[in-house]
Design a protein around this ligand. Structure first.
Ligand code: 8YV
Length: 332
């Protein structure tokens, strides 16, 4: 019997997903809690035709060149800024991500973070845990209204639209959005969202949530100049990617109360967090968990596994990022 092709699973994943892969592949599973260094990754990828990665591993032209057997990289994430897709395409390596399966869960979390930020959930919990609840005042932990307020969404892909529906239909919010391209009228109507320019979005949003992909053009899309255009009562929520917000400028603005509060699930240079963000009280911080429910993380891992199986066994992955190279330049 011919030897099974070898793949690398670069991070610890659910055992049943590994079992799903085993009938097809020799699986090298990094089941430690650690992330492989770039050198370890290249070493472990030698002779591997496929890899399952998360957002933590940079996969670019240099990796493709150093790993000549590699034919496909399957990210367990919808975002793929850790991939250099043009370089992978040029090298003939197929890249895939995990869209759709995380949309509603991630939108739920975006709303949870918005609510926690507006209603000062963690700040008030710390106060209670610290035994400081020996007084009451009418304005104690008085936060920002959510229902009936204006929700601004920057980036209006699938997750942005799911957040818009929650805001409009669930909380009676006025929803405005800005995106590289305007949605068609039927999609706008379905999520009850109105297109505005970025300046209007910044000026009018009571709660501004960021759901756009990270790229060179979205780097520091929200910095000191943008924060200066926001209402002093506004909140800023980032569930997209670190680097979209200038964290140093945000920490300074929060300290000076130039906006009311922020809720952040992603950070520049994570897992490090800007030290000033750790000391300001008016920020809710979570460790990049927007898609983290058991069901959704399993569905993401399963979809990445199916991308490997469907491409390496049947020739056609489910959710490719560079489908145009399949059969036309992809490594055999
Ligand atoms: C992932 C994410 O959990 O899908 C994305 O783009 O940011 C998260 O859902 C994270 O990238 C780990 O793979």
């Amino acid at each position: 019997m011919a030897a099974k092709p070898a793949i690398l699973v670069s991070r610890k994943i659910f055992p049943d997903v590994v079992e799903h892969l085993r009938p097809h592949f020799e699986v090298d599973h990094n089941d430690t809690d650690g992330v492989l260094t770039p050198d370890q990754l290249i070493e472990r990828l030698q002779g591997k035709v496929g890899a399952m990665t998360t957002g933590s591993e940079r996969i670019d032209g240099a990796v493709a060149a150093a790993c000549p057997a590699l034919r496909i990289v399957a990210n367990i994430a919808v975002g793929y800024n850790n991939f250099d897709v043009p370089a992978l395409s040029a090298a003939g390596v197929v890249a895939t991500n995990t869209p759709d399966v995380l949309t509603e869960t991630t939108a739920d979390f975006g709303f949870a973070l918005l609510m926690a930020t507006a209603r000062r959930l963690t700040e008030s919990e710390h106060f209670l845990r610290a035994g400081q609840w020996n007084r009451w005042a009418l304005d104690m932990f008085a936060g920002a209204e959510v229902h009936g307020s204006t929700l601004g969404i920057l980036g209006m892909g699938r997750i942005g639209q799911a957040i818009a529906r929650r805001g409009a239909l669930g909380f009676g919010m006025k929803v405005i959005y800005h995106n590289r391209s305007r949605l068609d009228a039927a999609t706008e109507a379905a999520c009850k969202a109105t297109y505005v320019d970025k300046a209007t979005l910044l000026r009018e949003a009571d709660h501004l949530i960021l759901v756009l992909p990270y790229s060179a053009s979205s780097h520091h899309a929200i910095g000191a100049a943008e924060i200066a255009q926001m209402k002093p009562t506004a909140t800023l929520i980032n569930i997209a990617r670190g680097g979209i917000v200038d964290d140093a400028a945000l920490a300074q603005a929060l300290k000076e109360r130039r906006i009311a509060a922020a809720g952040l699930d992603v950070f520049e240079g994570e897992p490090r967090v800007h030290p000033d963000l750790l000391t300001v009280p008016n920020v809710v911080l979570t460790p990049h968990i927007a898609s983290a429910t058991i069901q959704t993380r399993r569905a993401m891992a399963m979809l990445a596994a199916d991308n490997l199986i469907d491409y390496l066994v049947k020739g056609q992955p489910r959710t490719p990022l560079n489908a145009e190279i399949i059969g036309k330049g992809a490594r055999a």
